[in-house]
Design a protein around this ligand. Sequence first.
Ligand code: PMT
Length: 413
Amino acid sequence: MTDSMSSLASSLANKRILLGVTGSIAAYKSAELVRRLSEAGATVQVVMTEAAQAFVTPFTLQTLSGRAVHTALMDADAEATMGHIEQARWADLIIVAPASANFIAKLVQGQADDLLSAICLASEAPLAVAPAMNRQMWAHEATQANVATLVERGAKLFGPAAGEQACGEVGPGRMLEPDQIVAMSAALFDTGLLAGRRVLITAGPTQEDIDPVRYISNRSSGKMGFSIATAAAEAGAQVTLVSGPVALATPERVTRVDVRSAEEMLAAVAANLDGQEIVIAAAAVADYRPLQVATHKIKKQAGSAQLSLEQTPDILATIAADKGDLFVVGFAAETERLEENARLKLEKKSLDMIAANRVGSERGGFDSSENALKLLWQEGGVELPMLPKEKLARALVQIVAERFDAKDSTKNS
Ligand code: PMT
C-alpha cells in the first residue's frame, strides 16, 4: 500500500464492515479484499449469496476474516447467534463487492428474499456497491437506471473499472481492485466535517488518592471519550485527548495526555487549551476527593472509619466561565430526571451543548460498549438512540460540527 492509502486505511481501524459477496467471477477478488480490510484494522463479516458460493467458498472467506461466513436467511442456528436484523445494526458500512447486475436490481426493488438483500434493506449503515459484470450488462439501460436509483438513494458507487473482462470482451464492468475499494471505504469515514479544527476531549475516570495504595474512582472505561476522539480525528480535527487511567489504545492521529486526578486533569486541560476551538468533556471527574492524603497506608482499626472529603475543581465550569469563542460541550450522567437535570447543568455551567446519558441502568452509560444520548442546547435538542459507542460518537461529532458552524457563522455575520 502507498503512504496515502495506508493513512486513509487507518480510518478503517475498528470499523465493522459487512462485506456482501454476490455471484460474479470477480468474487475471487473478495478473498484479497477481506485480507486488505482486515489489515486496515476493520472487523469483516462476510455474507454470501448462493450464486457467490459457485465462485469462491465460504470456508476461504471464513479463514481470511476469522469469522463464520453467513449465507442463509432461514438458518435457525445463525439467526440465534447473530440474526439478520442484528447484522444490519452491527455494520458501520456495508460493501457489496462484487455486486452483480441481478443483485443491484434486487436492491433497487427492495427485495429481501435472501440474507444479504434482507440485511441491506434492514440496515441504516451506509451502502457501497462495487459492480462487476459483462460490459453489455453494465451498459444496458436497465442496469444504468438501477445504479442511478441506488446513487440517488444515497448508495456509494465504487467503480466499475474498464478493461479486459473474464468473458474475453473489453470495456467497463470490471470490479475495482481491492486496494481501491479499501481506500474508497476509508474515505467514507473521513467526513472532513471538522477539517482543520482543534478539538480537546476529556475521557475516563479520575483517581483521587486516599493513601499510597487506595483511591476514590468510578466505573468509567473511557470508551465514550475515546470513541469521540476517534470520530473527531476522522472528521479531520486536530485532537488532543486528556484521559484518566483507562485500558484503551490511543486512537490514530490523536495526541494523548494521561492524568490521574481531577487536579491533574484540570492542569492538563489548561496547558492544552490555547488555540482550541471545541472542548468535549466526556470524563467522569470525581466530584470529591479526600481532604487529606495519608502519607502511609491507613491501618485497619476497630469500628467504623470516616473519610473527610472536599470538592474537586470543576474543570468544565472553569473552562466555560471564560470560554470566549470556544464551543464547549459537557456531559451529564444522570440516574433520574435526565433532561431536567442536564438542562440545569447546561445553564449553570454556561455550556453550548450538553450530552445527557442515563447511567446505572441495564444498558448504556458507564463501562458499556453502547450508549444513548440526549443532546441539548439552549433552543432545542436531539435524541440519539442506543448505539455502539463508536457509532454514537460519529453522530455526536456531526451535530457538534453543525452547531459549531452555526455559532461560528453568527459570530462572523
Ligand atoms: O467512560 P465510559 O465507560 O464510556 O462511560 C461514559 C460516561 C458515562 C462516563 C460518559 O458518557 C459521561 O457521562 N461522562 C460524564 C460523567 C460525569 O462526570 O457527569 P456529571 O454529570 O457528574 O458531570 C457533568 C460534566 O461536568 C461532565 O462533562 C464532567 O466531565 C464535568 N465535570 C464534573 C466534575 C468535575 N469536577 N469537573 C468536571 O469537569
